[in-house]
Design a protein around this ligand. Sequence first.
Ligand code: CMP
Length: 140
Amino acid sequence: MRTNRTFTMLKPDSVKQGNIGAILEKINASGFKIVAIKLTQLSKSDAENFYSTHKDLPFFEKLIEFIASGPIVTAILEKENAVEDFRLLIGSTNPGDAVEGTIRKMFASSMTQNAVHGSDSDENAAIESAFHFSKREIFE
Ligand code: CMP
């Protein structure tokens, strides 16, 4: 199923380094409309729930420590074929492999501090959006 929405987080490295504006500008310039947005911080328990599908992976603890370490920007983005197009825009999980011009190539420094998250499927986009936003925080 195709959807027109995906979910993103600008991770603590992006916020700390003052890259919120630059990343949002790139997202807008690539044709995504922001339909929900907030500055927030996850507790470790929130982060464990959000990333629960990764709980058995060796990097889980590092991932949780980092994502809960400071404020993040969460947003829901709208565009035709949003999930796939956004993953192309952000680039590979490992910034060393990311293509020139992608958000991770420009702003990420490691697999953990990789600047942004983007949902990997329509189903997860809906789950992750509902985790962070109530219905009245999402606009058309
Ligand atoms: P994200 O798109 O938020 O989804 C899961 C996160 O796990 C991913 O970005 C990375 O930050 C992290 N991750 C994935 N693979 C590894 C790895 N091999 N080592 C460390 N972190 C990883």
